[in-house]
Design a protein around this ligand. Structure first.
Ligand SMILES: Nc1ncnc2c1ncn2[C@@H]1O[C@H](COP(=O)(O)OP(=O)(O)OP(=O)(O)O)[C@@H](O)[C@H]1O
Length: 302
């Protein structure tokens, strides 16, 4: 890190690794104190490369959401640093963080968190509208077309399916062309078809739109869409898999294959299935306590 600028130094240009778009160093997050203290993150250091889809997996309580929230500036680490797009955010004021989240960080929640009184289009542009930042029409069109929502833009959330609502939420996270998008169990509430649509879009946003996406999932089928899979256990990274096959992911999480949900062909034909069968024991469904109101329009969490 370059202390004079409060930023991390630029990576070595000769490095073969894509530069990190977001990084954590020695991240520790504790909740409570004394005998009730919980060490949700126990010294996590990780780089999320630009133009990659990274999946984070791990058992319930292993620290996945805490890591995402600290990386996205939704939670403050107890110690350690978080850098997004060369800017250290872990020591920023709430005000500066709020501003940054509106335009530089996208967040997708399991519960969609759309504003019910606004149309799909208004929901998508809300973070920029709140930030009084201009909407780039060409980028807006590219995102809306990629997510397949052109004909639904004037509908309100209650007239959209769950999958459509989550695609609106994905488009909202991407509309500012953020440095990085964090998605916390984006398919946790969706059926297999809608899950496939959302995962395909997230992958497409990386491959075709050049975005950087970090996604928490409990589902090995969803993780198979990623370029990289990280496993967390007890607040630490326990495995880091580069372009893993579905079999490698299943082996890493200690789950057996689910014959009923086996993809037709090819890696990206992976079909996330409802949470039944052996994979259901890998992790409990996301808890409702995840939903929160950020109130700044950056994630428009509700
Ligand atoms: N606000 C909080 N107050 C106290 N403890 C918390 C709080 N948030 C998280 N924890 C604890 O920190 C640990 C990590 O939680 P976290 O939600 O990050 O795990 P997770 O891997 O995302 O779990 P899940 O998949 O079940 O959501 C858990 O033991 C959890 O109970």
């Amino acid at each position: 890190m370059d202390p004079a600028r409060g930023r991390h130094a630029q990576p070595d240009a000769s490095s073969e690794q894509p530069p990190a778009q977001a990084s954590a160093r020695d991240l520790v997050k504790t909740y409570g104190a004394g005998e009730t203290e919980v060490r949700a993150l126990d010294g996590v250091s990780v780089d999320f490369a630009r133009g990659r889809l990274t999946a984070i997996m791990g058992p319930s309580g292993s620290g996945k959401s805490t890591l995402m929230h600290c990386m996205a500036g939704l939670d403050t680490p107890t110690s350690g640093t978080v850098v997004v797009d060369d800017v250290e955010i872990s020591s920023m004021s709430q005000r500066a963080l709020t501003r940054l989240r509106r335009t530089r960080i996208g967040f997708v929640f399991q519960a969609y968190n759309l504003v019910p009184t606004l149309t799909a289009e208004e929901n998508i542009t809300l973070p920029l509208d709140i930030a009084r930042a201009p909407v780039d029409p060409a980028w807006f069109d590219a995102v809306v077309d990629a997510v397949g929502l052109r004909s639904r833009l004037r509908h309100r959330p209650n007239a959209l399916s769950g999958g459509e609502q989550q695609r609106v939420a994905c488009a909202r996270a991407l509309v500012s062309r953020p440095s990085v998008v964090f998605a916390d169990e984006p398919t946790g509430n969706l059926d297999s078809k809608s899950s496939r649509e959302v995962l395909t879009f997230l992958r497409q946003s990386v491959d075709e739109l050049g975005q950087t996406v970090v996604m928490v999932t409990h589902d090995p089928r969803a993780a198979a869409y990623a370029h990289r899979v990280l496993l967390l256990g007890d607040g630490r990274i326990t495995a880091d898999l580069d372009h893993p096959s579905r079999a490698e992911i299943l082996a890493a999480v200690g789950a057996e294959d689910d014959d009923d949900a086996r993809p037709a062909t090819g890696r990206y034909a992976a079909v996330p299935a409802p949470r039944t069968g052996p994979l259901a024991v890998v992790e409990a469904p996301r808890r409702a306590r995840r939903a929160r109101v950020d109130g700044d329009g950056g994630g428009v969490e509700s």
